[in-house]
Ligand binder design. Structure first.
Ligand SMILES: *Cc1c(COP(=O)(O)O)cnc(C)c1O
Length: 382
């Protein structure tokens, strides 16, 4: 049996999705980015909820995730692979009508060859590297690629022309982003001029969607916002400053909970747990929770993490172990074995956000969330 579980709030998720619709406006499609097991929330939980709200475009990193989405999404949903699949899976990808990023000639040639074998068009998004220096064709290749796609139009359906921005969540990257946009627009102009129009032009992730409405084009690829998190504090503050109503439109959708496994007391002057990382100044009451780094509760949270017990926030004392942590309950009365402990989430008066998990920056949201193991049960709550 699992020693912890994750709750997903359906109403919070719905509210976030409504906000995404507003951000996208009337003309841009929203592709919900559900890579990394829907940022740790669980593909099998989130995708059906999103379908109920009328969303039908999903983005993943690899083929395996795409299959998981396909399994639980509505029949007519579109799934876009932004990253990896093995060359041997190209035919499967085409057969299942998944669309996919193409960022080098090897994949483009293989798309054509596999399409011929399967007898279906490959639904491709040409990805350009406009300055991120990760994946994508050089903008200089645009002319050649346009010719290539036209020549092979029997095998290729041009779903998208896209690129990815290198850090739209920070104003410090503004100059770099601006250059990327310039390159991207030039590429689009060339496609237009040569009469090759993709179904979707798409560039923006969450931060860009909030910050630069002019970058919406035909589609937004939105990840972190849908789960109730801002890409960075900076984006949140900038958003609020532009509004009259200073209210956060997003709600966290995920809570992570466990329970008190046992209790313990320690005398003043004794060390708690392995080694000498925590010395009790005085007699302390402790609760032991059955959760550790083996369950995704990072060792970095040793002597740092926070937990809510009986509506009180308290601290992890000593090292995070593989399967257990120890927390201080000296000043929290009435804690019993079996009581609920909140690792991420809120109680009546207090909250532990993912980012205050330790004293880490919001940038860490992405990492902490996606590290939540697949096998923790996910439950939907109202
Ligand atoms: C992860 C990812 C996104 C979504 O980013 P968020 O900041 O979570 O909105 C968009 N596009 C690409 C290519 C990505 O890899």
């Amino acid at each position: 049996m699992n020693s912890s579980y994750i709750e997903i709030s359906q109403s919070s998720y719905q509210q976030n999705l409504q906000f995404l619709r507003k951000v996208a406006g009337k003309h841009a499609e929203v592709s919900l980015v559900v890579k990394g097991n829907a940022y740790g929330h669980g593909i099998e939980v989130m995708v059906p909820l999103a379908c109920e709200q009328g969303f039908s475009h999903f983005s993943v990193f690899n083929y395996e995730e795409a299959l998981r989405v396909k399994n639980v999404a509505k029949e007519d949903s579109d799934v876009m692979i932004m990253g990896f699949f093995a060359k041997e899976d190209t035919e499967n990808v085409i057969q299942r009508e998944l669309s996919f990023f193409v960022f080098d000639m090897e994949r483009l040639d293989e798309a054509v060859n596999a399409s011929e074998r399967v007898g279906k068009k490959a639904r491709i998004h040409l990805e350009f590297d406009t300055g991120m220096n990760r994946t994508g064709f050089s903008p200089k290749k645009a002319t050649e690629l346009i010719e290539y796609v036209k020549k092979h139009e029997k095998y290729l359906s041009l779903e998208g022309v896209c690129s990815h921005l290198a850090g739209a969540e920070s104003i410090g990257n503004y100059v770099r982003i601006k250059r990327q946009v310039k390159h991207y627009n030039r590429i689009l102009n060339e496609f237009d001029a040569k009469g090759l129009t993709p179904k979707f032009k798409h560039l923006a992730c969450s931060a860009a969607a909030i910050r630069y409405p002019s970058l919406r084009y035909d589609m937004l690829r939105l990840g972190i916002l849908q789960y109730g998190f801002w890409p960075s504090r900076e984006v949140f503050i900038e958003y609020l400053n532009k509004r009259k109503r200073k209210i956060d439109p997003l709600q966290r959708t995920l809570s992570w909970k466990t329970q008190v496994m046992t209790k313990q007391s320690v005398k003043g002057g004794e060390y708690v747990g392995y080694g000498t990382s925590y010395l009790a100044n005085q007699e302390m009451q402790l609760a032991i929770l059955p959760i550790g780094y083996g369950h995704g509760f990072s060792r970095l949270l040793s002597n740092q993490g926070r937990v809510i017990l009986n509506n009180n926030r308290t601290n992890v004392v000593g090292m995070v172990n593989m399967n257990a942590i120890t927390v201080d309950i000296t000043n929290i009365p009435n804690i019993n074995i079996g009581d609920e402990a909140i690792l991420i989430g809120s109680s009546a008066d207090t909250e532990i956000s993912v980012s205050s998990f330790g004293e880490m920056s919001t940038q860490m949201n992405y990492e902490l969330l996606t590290r939540l193991p697949l096998d923790i049960p996910r439950k939907i709550v109202a």
